[in-house]
Design a protein around this ligand. Sequence first.
Ligand code: CNA
Length: 237
Amino acid sequence: MEKIETLKKWISESRNIVFFGGAGVSTESGIPDFRGVDGLYHQKYDFPPEEIISRRFFRSHPEEFYKFYKDKMLPLGFEPNITHRVLARWEEEGRLSAVVTQNIDGLHQKAGSKTVHELHGSVLRNYCQRCGKFHSAEFVKESEGVPMCECGGIVKPDVVLYGEGLDEKTMYDAMMAIYHADLLIVAGTSLTVYPAAGLVRFFQGDRLVLINRDETPYDHAAGLVLHESLGKIFEQL
Ligand code: CNA
């Protein structure tokens, strides 16, 4: 059977799909990934991106952090693509129980998905480090230099920087969703960022699908591997 036919069959037989995705899910909305061919890690900056988006750098060089962050990591004005939309439809139809995402762009919710475990947080939430006040992504984008709260505190995006831990409840909820899934679709992720990538190991079922342009370290473990663009696959589903 052709791979796409097998995928369609598995989806139609499933009542508890979990989708686990990464930056590759949003590239077709126009947001670059990190490690793909056009990704941020292949471009040149004064400091390597891994260093800029670390907790240490945020504290020591907030100006430079925010210059990069506002330019490259604050994806405002982008729209969900076919993959986000199909996933939202499956949830509404009762066949998908959760989306687990490493993305920080909020596009799954914008497409209508309700149960989204955002492992690395969201650019849409920003909090003053001193008084805890919420600030919108627009506030951050439009602020001059480092966004400051009225109280004088520095505003920090609710995204997990290198050197920071993941939110325990989000991680637990993601783990449980994957553990109970009857079909796990892992897509648009290089599966190289831990601990997120390790979540795949909690899957107990025998229907693991991997859809990614490039090879991943988990290809060998999947029952179905498609090295294709997500849009091309999801427009058939
Ligand atoms: P990554 O390491 O950049 O890997 C992305 C993977 O997606 C690569 O292996 C690509 O081959 C693949 N890919 C890219 N486009 C497509 C496509 N259209 N169809 C199929 N495959 C595609 O990204 P990960 O998510 O694995 O790494 C985790 C980081 C990236 C997380 O911390 C994210 O927060 C971070 N990130 C998020 C966004 C976003 O929110 N949209 C954007 C860039 C980076």
